[in-house]
Ligand binder design. Structure first.
Ligand SMILES: Cc1cc2nc3c(=O)[nH]c(=O)nc-3n(C[C@H](O)[C@H](O)[C@H](O)COP(=O)(O)OP(=O)(O)OC[C@H]3O[C@@H](n4cnc5c(N)ncnc54)[C@H](O)[C@@H]3O)c2cc1C
Length: 402
């Protein structure tokens, strides 16, 4: 076996490659990134809305708020520097009922607390200045939001890892981890890899990878599938940029919205349906192991008791296109049932604790010679450069790197 790497990173999504880039930069550490699939960004990173979030939603002082605001600007700078197509197009959050007004006030307050300058509170009559087809009673325009292709960003991060002397290996699923007094040996689908330390950025599998490393993650990953529709080309003019509802503050997801995509076209979605397979991209996806894993976790039943009503609504919108479009029509009354057709889906890795609480913030846990990223939901793609820096700083301290 060749000389051990300083750090092995498990997971070639945007968080793993960003962490690798930050660690490998300037020769701070020798780094190998190990990705299970044939290509990078094969799961959450390659199946998301492609939105560079502003930092509007997150509790001031949280890891999400700090990393999203810093990471957003770092992402814009990175895309400029590496000629990755992106656009700072702004977005509109639309209140459609009086019940939305108090949560909209709270969003505005959080946005200001998170340092978002240039937001504009709108009356009903102002909404059409930004989105002529939208209907609502009030809104918030956020100019910092943008769009990008996060898979392309991930490829650029990986290129920089390689240019700094590191390696990024696909088709290299980590199957077993052996702890030794001076490091770890990772048994992969392509042979053994020796390293002094490891970082787990395995997304939908991160709790299992932690257990594989002999660490109790304390949480279970619950997969929530998000299904998208795409606007028919002839109806794309209905949406200029990004149109979002006011999110339900009791739920960690943003509600179905319209997103103009960087490579053209407009997507609508995603919903949030409990999935019984971690990498389950269709309604019929089912894995007995994944389902049993959920049912055996006490937090699952506590979560179900709390959220079953929302779950039924999401399920209904999953099976009924008419119900999905009805939710979208609240924002865009001109939208007809035939104006959209199904497009892809993504699966969110959402950590759940034993009390049934869906973890809101990023959750990163240290163990001996290990760092485990156990909750990196949205806006982790936006925030990836900042999260990568934070993890690299933790690693430098914990693993005594340069
Ligand atoms: C539907 C949806 C919409 C979203 N929209 C946005 C958005 O608009 N903006 C935003 O900022 N964020 C968004 N997000 C969130 C964002 O996509 C994620 O937070 C981010 O991609 C997480 O990156 P990651 O690297 O942690 O996970 P992933 O991209 O899932 O990467 C984890 C990788 O680990 C690999 N892996 C797993 N097990 C192993 C193993 N044993 N060995 C080796 N490799 C392994 C997997 O194959 C995978 O490639 C969205 C997410 C979803 C699902």
């Amino acid at each position: 076996m060749s000389a051990p790497w300083d750090v092995a990173i498990i997971g070639g999504g945007i968080v793993g490659t960003a962490t690798g880039m930050e660690l490998a930069r300037g020769g701070r550490a020798s780094v190998v990134v190990l990705e299970a699939e044939e290509a990078l960004a094969a799961h959450q990173t390659g199946h998301n809305s492609g939105v560079i979030h502003s930092g509007l939603y997150y509790k001031p002082g949280s890891l999400k708020a700090r990393n999203c605001v810093e990471g957003r600007e770092a992402m814009y700078r990175f895309c400029e520097a590496h000629q990755i197509p992106h656009e700072r197009c702004g977005k509109l959050v639309v209140a459609t009922t009086p019940e939305h007004l108090a949560p909209l006030d709270e969003l505005e307050r959080r946005g200001r607390a998170n340092g978002l300058e240039g937001m504009r509170r709108l009356e009903a009559g102002d909404l059409r200045e930004y989105e002529p087809e939208v209907a609502g009673i009030a809104g918030l325009h956020v100019p910092h939001t943008g769009i990008v292709d996060f898979a392309a960003v991930t490829e650029a991060f990986a290129r920089l890892v390689r240019e700094s002397g590191g390696d990024v290996r696909t088709s290299s699923r980590v199957l077993r981890v052996e702890r030794r007094p001076d490091g770890v040996v990772l048994e992969t689908a392509r042979g053994a890899v020796e390293a002094r330390a490891l970082i787990n950025c395995a997304g939908l599998q991160s709790d299992r990878v932690a257990r594989m490393c002999g660490v109790d993650p304390g949480v279970r990953i619950v997969p929530f599938r998000g299904e998208y529709y795409e606007l028919a080309p002839a109806r794309q003019h209905l949406v200029r940029n990004l149109i979002y509802p006011v999110p339900d503050p009791r739920f960690p997801f943003l509600g179905v919205h319209f997103t103009r995509m960087i490579h053209g076209g407009v997507e609508a979605g995603p919903n949030a349906v409990l999935a019984f397979r971690r990498e389950g991209y269709t309604r019929t996806s089912f894995s007995p192991r994944d389902a049993l894993d959920l049912f055996a976790f006490p937090g699952f039943w506590r979560m179900s008791a709390k959220y079953w009503r929302m779950g039924v609504g999401e399920m209904h919108r999953s099976f009924s296109k008419r119900a999905f479009v009805a939710a979208l029509r609240e924002l865009l009354p001109a939208l007809g049932d035939d104006d959209v057709h199904p497009s892809g889906a993504g699966v969110r890795a959402q950590a759940l604790d034993p009390k049934g609480v869906l973890l809101d913030d990023f959750h990163i846990v240290e163990a001996e010679r290990m760092i485990h990223v156990l909750n990196a939901p949205s806006p982790a793609a936006t925030a990836s450069i900042s999260i990568g820096r934070e993890i690299a700083a933790m690693a430098a301290r914990a693993f005594a790197l340069k």
